[in-house]
Write a protein that binds this ligand. Structure first.
Ligand code: CDP
Length: 239
């Protein structure tokens, strides 16, 4: 198997492909995006963080005051949104009206609302189109909730990352630059559980482990160990 971005070459059907697709799904703060970014870097692939699309729609909806709009207005606003994914040095970035939102997408205000937005049909359809287009030629490591089940059901490698809610909360607090005291961990774990419940309980593209995914529990693993295992699996599958 040839390594690198041109890997995955094979029979005729692979013409124009840039490599395999790696789908990484799992609950909130399970380490998906950090892991996906590192795996993409090792393989010379692009990282595609699908959560950023839902966060960008949520952020735009909060800014524009239509986040809670009724079905017709919500569909119209999402349809009109000037939103795209652009590939920049091994990473797909979300661009909204020619602006690249940064830290605004990961605030608690956005995190609190994103699961409600992500459950609505116009948001899912819009994100699905953008993600499929970005991954059309392969060579991507995409993380989210429904990547292996809905977005790329034929991905060559599917991984499902899990960790205890407390460990995920501890990591998320460190992302926010907050000291993970016991009390804060308990409160953050509650917020993560609430979001997981919404994501797993919704009708459209709910969070669930794809039948053919490899599950990795990262609770007691160092980030490098998780990355090594996934890179090895990806190589076995043609990356
Ligand atoms: O980083 P974290 O795990 O906290 O969340 P994220 O990956 O940024 O995703 C934020 C939210 O977007 C999730 O809680 C889901 O509601 C939604 N999402 C989704 O519905 N489908 C995806 N493929 C990715 C994210």
């Amino acid at each position: 198997m040839s390594p690198g971005p041109a890997g995955g070459g094979g029979p005729d059907g692979d013409h124009g492909r840039h490599g395999i697709r790696v789908a990484i799904d799992g609950p909130a703060a399970s380490g998906k995006s950090t892991t996906a970014r590192a795996v993409a870097e090792r393989l010379g692939y692009a990282h595609l963080n699908s959560g950023l699309l839902y966060r960008a729609i949520t952020w735009a909806g909060l800014e524009g005051g239509w986040v809670d709009a009724g079905p017709d207005e919500f569909a119209r606003r999402v349809g009109e949104l000037d939103l795209e994914l652009r590939r920049r040095n091994g990473e797909f970035v979300v661009v909204v009206a020619d602006r690249r939102p940064g830290g605004e997408l990961t605030t608690r205000a956005v995190s609190r609302r994103v699961s409600d937005v992500a459950a609505r049909e116009p948001a899912r359809t819009r994100a699905l189109e953008e993600l499929r287009e970005a991954g059309r030629r392969g060579g991507v490591v995409c993380d989210g909730r429904d990547i292996g089940t809905v977005v790329f059901p034929d991905a060559e490698l599917k991984v499902y990352l899990v960790a205890t809610a407390e460990e995920r909360a501890r990591r998320r607090l460190l992302d926010y630059d907050e000291t993970p005291t016991e009390e804060r961990i308990a409160a953050e774990a509650e917020r993560l559980r609430a979001r997981d419940e919404k994501d797993a309980g919704r009708e459209l593209a709910p969070l669930r482990k794809p039948d053919d995914a490899v599950e990795i529990d990262t609770t007691d693993l160092r980030p490098g160990e998780v990355v090594d295992s996934i890179v090895e699996l990806a190589r076995e599958r043609g990356a």
